[in-house]
Design a protein around this ligand. Structure first.
Ligand code: OFO
Length: 176
């Protein structure tokens, strides 16, 4: 039986994952307005990934007989004026999410909740990937400097990103 403490903390994590989703959707919308369809595509896929992260937690709660509370997500403001600043925010945000996942893992350890510990390991791996992706984009942007042509080429490159997760949440199994 999952404890109320762990259930509440997972629900909080679901809220944070959905906030991430809405942040990236807002950023994607900004990129479309500025004509950068490739950056927008990358960020839109990131939105779907974050919704997947949320729903994977939700399904886990449901599989363990607990309920998931659909959070009210406030609008995520994006005031960054350059692509570099935008992706610096992505990286800073992912670092915060990593800390939040680690905190959940520590709670699962303290509560001797083994299934939540195993689930958290999936997210711990995922956060390594999330931070690496943002760092890679920032490294590329640093190499390009002020080159508009280079930035446009990176935009084309990132536009090739494909979703690696099921977009239909009912396909999320409790077994993965
Ligand atoms: Fe869910 O990994 Fe980003 O926030």
């Amino acid at each position: 039986m999952i404890s109320k403490k762990v259930t509440d903390r997972i629900n909080l994590q679901i809220e944070r994952e959905m906030e991430s989703a809405f942040l990236y959707l807002e950023m994607a919308s900004r990129m479309v307005n500025e004509g950068y369809e490739g950056f927008a595509k990358w960020l839109t896929i990131q939105y779907h990934e974050e919704m997947f992260h949320s729903m994977k937690f939700a399904r886990f709660l449901q599989d363990r007989g607990a309920s998931f509370a659909v959070p009210a997500i406030s609008k995520q403001e994006v005031k960054e004026t350059t692509i570099k600043a935008l992706f610096e925010r992505v990286l800073a945000h992912e670092k915060k999410v990593t800390a939040s996942i680690n905190e959940l893992y520590e709670l699962a350890l303290a509560e001797k909740d083994y299934p939540t510990q195993v689930l958290c390991q999936w997210y711990i791996d995922e956060q390594v990937e999330e931070e690496k992706n943002a760092e890679e984009i920032l490294r590329n942007l640093a190499l390009l400097g002020d080159s508009k042509q280079g930035t446009f080429m990176l935009n084309i490159e990132l536009g090739k990103r494909k979703a690696s997760i099921p977009l239909d949440f009912t396909e999320i199994g409790g077994e993965d």
